[in-house]
Write a protein that binds this ligand. Structure first.
Ligand SMILES: [Zn+2]
Length: 178
């Protein structure tokens, strides 16, 4: 059991996919979520973080939140900005992983070696993304499925307690009991 984040769903031994335990998956998503919620300014940046905020094993099941990088809600207009944004989110998440205030917010202290591994593999996968890999249908479908939801229709509000962007399932940290 565990989750795999791959570039495009093609997974083979020794490729660049990020294969993680369920526990490490939560650690990665928590840190990307806290980092990204603080840094996101534009609609497309907030959308990326709302996509990650949906990866909630407590709600949808352990080992079911793997995804492909090309599935993320990329759009051509802001591609370079959004990619640079995500790389910044990863760097800042690494910094936050050393902060006691963040451990307190989450209620746990991450294993440094493990979170480093996950963040650097995720970084490599994001760097691989190009304009040519964008499938505009992915964004349209993602938005259509979420048209009625608070996050998409109302400017991606944040949890008043944790300051993280809400997903259609609500706040990941609240749902995890943080
Ligand atoms: Zn919350």
């Amino acid at each position: 059991m565990g989750n795999i984040i791959s570039f495009d769903g093609t997974i083979s031994i020794n490729d660049d996919s990020l294969s993680m335990s369920n526990g490490l998956t939560d650690v990665l998503i928590d840190y990307l979520l806290i980092s990204g919620s603080e840094l996101a300014v534009s609609e497309s940046e907030k959308r990326m973080i709302a996509f990650l905020a949906e990866k909630q094993q407590t709600i949808i099941g352990m080992g079911t939140v793997g995804f492909d990088i090309i599935e993320m809600p990329w759009q051509l207009d802001s591609f370079h900005k959004d990619k640079a944004f995500l790389l910044k989110v990863i760097d800042y998440a690494r910094m936050l992983s050393f902060k006691k205030s963040v451990w307190d917010k989450l209620g746990y202290e991450p294993n440094q070696e493990h979170i480093d591994y996950a963040l650097s593999r995720f970084d490599t996968l994001i760097k691989r993304m190009t304009e040519n890999d964008i499938d505009n249908n992915n964004l349209q479908e993602w938005l259509a499925d979420r048209e009625q939801d608070d996050p998409v229709c109302c400017g991606y509000p944040k949890c008043p307690k944790h300051g993280v962007i809400l997903s259609l399932f609500g706040c990941k940290l609240c749902n995890d009991g943080a």
